[in-house]
Design a protein around this ligand. Structure first.
Ligand code: SF4
Length: 458
């Protein structure tokens, strides 16, 4: 996860537009937020822990004048949740200084880091993103070429926005794991993780940054080069299942539509006699609507969500996650005496669903039939999602019946891999679905420790 944004404009207030862009991308990361601006020579960055609205105020935005801006919202996959890992990060190299925001995760980070350290490069953060910055900052080639050279060294997932030498740059790994959209507002160019950020600032979507492509915007306008051959494509299918905002278009397909179709298909694959369909708000709602449409069972709200609590899955530790769930959901009287179909997009760690089922039964629900609009998550993600250990994934070593017992549901069914795929309308060879199938599109490390590059005390 993480959200990235970038803009170049001589006319517009770029830091304010970056702020709005990050506001639209808040769902991609809530641990920290930051904006870096350049006024044509000097790079300034403001970054801090917390939500975009907490990190920035009017005074700070006014103190960030410039013609180029990038922004970042973070949730950690490599490196701890601490200030030094907040982005955009700035790296001063022997050739250039670069500010960079990264969405994704590198899989060959050990060897790259060792090479830099052996060459005496000082790395200040525990994240893999600084490694990308460090390679670009020491490459004597012109900037686009230095980026292409760096990309040739990287394995894994990266959708990046960066500022260097009065130029806005965006680049994406050759498999296109994470989305990256290119838009235009008047004559000015904008890049963002998702199209919803373009919509918010009234920018028009032009196209996606292609897998393996580098685009850069300087005083002469937009330039692009295919730095590495694209493919085989491996867009994260979880973007359609859960991560992306429903009003975004990812790979040309509106995410909300995918989720409704997942629910419709789920109703056909796993029907049940029931009185009411409810969704776990907000991410389960579109699939619940689809389930209701296809089954004819009425849809209604059953759980009220406190929207001022951060998303549980993207908070960094289990204790915080459990507290978060109780703060977040409360059942309605509506559920009492009813046989309920409870629809959610996924079960990752299982703790949320277990507590929600107990909550609904305590509130008087007669039955709680859980329907999940994606297959069981059985394997870790190495491409930017925080589920790095199979031990954290209860479905990895349990049957569906054992999972049902674990969460305490009356019945449990998951959507099939084929059903999920068809619902996205994307071809099978265009996506990564490795956490459901164990079929990874790249070589992967045996085990990954999220904090492996952190100092002992942080
Ligand atoms: S492993 Fe799963 S979460 Fe990770 S990129 Fe692939 S589909 Fe997405």
């Amino acid at each position: 996860m993480c959200g990235v944004f970038g803009i170049r404009s001589t006319e517009r207030d770029v830091s304010r537009l970056a702020y709005f862009g990050l506001f639209a991308l808040q769902h991609r990361g809530q641990e920290s937020a930051g904006i870096a601006v350049s006024d044509g020579g000097r790079l300034t960055v403001v970054r801090d822990m917390g939500l975009v609205t907490r990190v920035f105020n009017e005074q700070q935005l006014q103190a960030l004048p410039g013609e180029l801006a990038i922004g970042h919202t973070r949730y950690s996959t490599t490196g701890a949740n601490r200030w030094a890992n907040a982005q955009p990060l700035i790296h001063h190299g022997p050739v250039r200084t670069i500010a960079l925001g990264h969405n994704g995760n590198l899989v060959n980070v050990e060897e790259l880091r060792s090479e830099l350290v052996a060459d005496g490069v000082q790395l200040r953060s525990g994240s893999d993103s600084e490694i990308i910055a460090a390679f670009v900052a020491r490459d004597p080639a012109p900037l686009p070429e230095a980026i292409a050279n760096t990309m040739a060294r990287l394995e894994g997932a990266y959708s990046v926005t960066a500022l260097a030498e009065d130029t806005l740059v965006a680049f994406r790994d050759p498999r296109g794991f994470r989305p990256l959209a290119l838009g235009q507002i008047g004559e000015d160019w904008v890049v963002a993780s998702e199209t919803c950020a373009l919509d918010l600032i009234a920018a028009e979507f032009v196209r996606e940054v292609r897998p393996g492509e580098v685009v850069w915007v300087d005083e002469d306008g937009l330039h692009a080069t295919q730095a590495l051959p694209a493919g085989p494509n491996a867009l994260c299918i979880f973007e359609h299942v859960y991560f992306a905002r429903p009003d975004s278009r990812v790979a040309g397909v509106e995410v909300h539509g995918s989720r409704v179709r997942m629910g419709e298909r789920l109703a056909r694959e796993a029907p049940v006699e029931a009185d009411l369909v409810i969704g776990i708000p907000d991410s389960g709602t579109p699939a619940a609507i689809g389930y209701s449409k296809a089954s004819g069972i009425p849809f209604n709200e059953g759980l009220i969500k406190n929207r001022y609590v951060a998303r549980t899955f993207i908070q960094p530790d289990q204790a915080m996650r459990e507290q978060g769930i109780r703060m977040k959901f409360n059942p309605l009287d509506e559920v009492a005496g009813q046989r309920i179909v409870v629809v959610d997009d996924s079960i990752v760690r299982g703790s949320t669903m277990k507590q929600l089922v107990a909550m609904l039964l305590d509130a008087g629900a007669a039955e709680a039939h859980v329907r999940i609009s994606s297959p069981p998550v059985v394997s870790p993600c190495f491409y930017g999602i925080d589920m790095a250990d199979e031990d954290e994934l209860p479905a990895a070593h349990r049957s569906v019946e054992e999972m049902r017992q674990l969460i305490g549901a009356t019945s449990l069914h998951y959507l099939s891999v084929e059903g999920m795929q068809e619902a996205t309308t994307l071809p099978e060879d265009a996506v990564c679905r490795a956490c459901f199938t164990r079929d990874y599109p790249t070589s992967v490390p045996e085990r990954v420790e999220k904090l492996r590059f952190e100092p002992a005390q942080v």
